[in-house]
Design a binder for this molecule. Structure first.
Ligand code: SIN
Length: 475
């Protein structure tokens, strides 16, 4: 495959040096893309800036129609996009198909929301005054998205931005650009006017610098690590750019002694092992109440043993490769540190690295203590460290004892107990008996160092709107 940039309605970038993209399951080359830098990013931003006025003035129904055309084309091409996604990212094909449907659900949701951007009228305090509140698009939006959800993270940002009347410059991860390229080919087919949607990729630091310092960009939306998020905040400070940041997590999963254990195990498997543990909302540390550890472990072990590791294109594979060598080394480091400090490996504990492909076996660790790295940092791999707890207040305090606050999960059948746990957790997303809560209609995002702003739901479009207060004095 040979990728190109999409700027001002044209495919371009042949004149630039290229970067190779590899299949993480085989180490083989998937294709190459242009290594865009400052010049191309500026061109893309200029195109989005020039297209902004007409796009923002288009009736919401018309913007919604473009979005729905894009949505329909994505679903028509679902199998092809999913295969591209699996080839460049590694997740099992069934998960990739699920991601395409998930992506499309954001587009459909925001096509509808475009029509519901309401302002308000407020009673004034003087008889000759009127107060109106208007909602207007923020302007040109720049986005930087990660490799772990190469389609959904673009759709979750681009759909509400376009629905709000903003124009868009996307920078997908250089590890997984071809899914984005396919999505943009479908944008072209859907007929979005020139400059409304633009795609650049290549030299990430240069692209990021232009996006964070441009006068023409009004909003930067980013999903990725907390470290890069902090850098983007610093770089954007001078322009006081409007930012939405969806950053790292370190999700606790709490299994209470009155939980439905089958449901809890299902939730842990779905949250922990989906995408080989490479999601920022995946359960990173599991707390099981004393007294049910043995029965919980029995059920969990059976399920984990049944998970098949392999190339995501093969039938029946549940766990694909890790994206790259440094991810593999991190997971290995976390396991080794835990074992050195006394953890017991119940299942897994090692990986297979060959030909530039890096697989890690689904792993369960017990006898885990708080000083282990695996209990302090996001592992981003298929490792489930399990610790016991005695009381709810103890476990909620442990769950909150982190700089992260993205997602947390708990399992209990008791409504009062669950309500108190939910209220005590300092997290933006809480799953109660639910290991996979994210949906288009609900706000997704974190507290503390897990970020700022929300994607999805009505908050997701609000992120791309300015609020204008109009005070009218009548004669
Ligand atoms: C993420 O890991 O960044 C997104 C996960 C999701 O949307 O479920």
């Amino acid at each position: 495959m040979k990728g190109q940039l999409f700027i001002n309605g044209e495919w371009t970038g042949d004149y630039i040096e290229t970067m190779d993209v590899f299949d993480p399951a085989t180490g083989e080359k998937v294709g190459s893309i242009p290594k865009a830098g400052e010049k191309e990013t500026k061109l893309a931003i200029d195109a989005a800036h020039d297209a902004f006025k007409d796009w923002s003035l288009l009736p919401a129904q018309d913007r919604a129609s473009y979005l729905m055309k894009w949505h329909d084309l994505i679903l028509e091409n679902k199998d092809e996009i999913a295969e591209i996604l699996t080839k460049e990212m590694g997740k099992p094909l069934a998960e990739a198909k699920g991601e395409i449907a998930y992506s499309a659900s954001f587009i459909a949701w925001y096509a509808e929301e475009a029509k519901r951007i309401y302002g308000r009228t407020i009673p004034a305090s003087a008889p000759n005054k009127r107060i109106q509140i208007m909602k207007q698009p923020v302007g040109v939006v720049a986005s930087i998205t990660p490799w772990n959800f190469p389609a959904a993270m673009i759709a979750r940002k681009m759909a509400p931005a376009l629905a709000a009347g903003c124009t868009f410059v996307a920078k997908p991860a250089e590890l997984t650009p071809f899914t984005a390229i396919k999505l943009f080919e479908l944008c072209e087919e859907a007929g979005f006017p020139k400059g409304v949607v633009n795609l650049v990729m290549g030299d990430a630091p240069s692209i990021g610098r232009v996006m964070t310092t441009s006068d023409k960009v009004r909003k930067l939306t980013f999903t990725g690590s907390t470290e890069v998020g902090k850098l983007l905040i610093q770089q954007s400070a001078n322009k006081v750019h409007n930012l939405s940041l969806e950053l790292g997590g370190h999700a606790p999963m709490i299994v209470c002694d009155d939980a439905d254990l089958d449901l809890a195990v299902e939730g842990v498997i779905a949250s922990k092992f989906r995408n080989a543990g490479q999601t920022c909302v995946c359960g990173n540390r599991i707390y099981v109440q004393e007294g049910i550890l043995e029965s919980f472990m029995k059920k969990l072990e059976v399920k984990v043993k049944g998970l098949k590791v392999g190339n995501g294109l093969e039938e029946g594979v549940d766990i694909g490769p890790l994206i790259e060598k440094k991810s593999y080394e991190k997971v290995q480091r976390h396991v080794e540190d835990a074992v050195a400090k006394g953890a017991n490996v119940v299942i897994g504990g090692n990986g297979v690295a060959n030909n530039d492909s890096y697989f890690f076996h689904p792993t369960i660790l017990t006898n885990v203590t708080d000083d282990m790295v695996v209990m302090q940092e996001e592992t981003f791999g298929p490792v489930a460290p399990i610790q016991t707890f005695k009381t709810d207040s103890e476990v909620v305090a442990k769950a909150n004892d982190t700089r992260f606050g993205l997602a947390a999960y708990f399992f209990t059948e008791n409504y009062s107990r669950g309500t108190k746990i939910a209220e005590g957790l300092e997290y933006g997303i809480v799953g109660w008996n639910d290991g996979v809560p994210a949906v288009a209609q609900a706000p997704f995002g974190g507290m503390k160092e897990s970020g700022m702003g929300r994607e999805g739901g009505m908050e997701g479009i609000e992120a791309f709107l300015e609020t204008k207060f109009l005070s009218i004095s009548l004669k």
